[in-house]
Design a protein around this ligand. Sequence first.
Ligand SMILES: O=C(O)CCC(=O)C(=O)O
Length: 209
Amino acid sequence: MEQTLELTHVPATTDAETIAALMAQAGAVVIDELITPELIDSVLTELDPYLAATEAGPDEFSGLNTRRTGSLIARSPASRAVIAHPLVLDVVGRVLAHATTFQLHLTQMISIGPGEPAQPVHRDQWAYDFFTFPTGYEVQVSTMWAMTDFTEENGATRVVPGATSRPIVCATRTTTPSAPRCAPVRLCSIPVPRITAAARTTPTRCALA
Ligand SMILES: O=C(O)CCC(=O)C(=O)O
């Protein structure tokens, strides 16, 4: 039987301690409306020429109909308020409290075009050369800022809540969708397996990660 697990949504007024506790339980949480539509518009406007000049990905994992535009801090002054959001930095510091410090790994705008198939389920920490970190020893926090609505139809991110301590036995492109949610939302995740869902319709789904 198919089972759909909903991620917990919290309002933007929620304190970092509460959000970090939710992260410890499920590995991911959605913070609703943490940034304003005006800030989203500023980021998208500043990045527009760079998004237009970005080519689609080189392989199926990156997405042959997905454009990933990097160097956001240099290219979009408005993005700095998103990337260095004090609530998010506070949560990250708590999730990674066992580490001496933490630093920014990368920034990118992920623009998924219509017809893009789903990614395989993966953990972002596989970026570290697939090193097997001890279970429960978190090495990164991933963030997804919805810059457009996230819907089932346009390829909203899917995650596997509570799976941080479970191995992924096989990578699959087939997952059960959760209910559509509207932007602006903010998703933090420690290494929960996740994928980009298949995108079936226009317009492009945009996320700052
Ligand atoms: O764009 C998304 O929804 C997720 C992207 C992702 O997980 C990745 O590219 O590693």
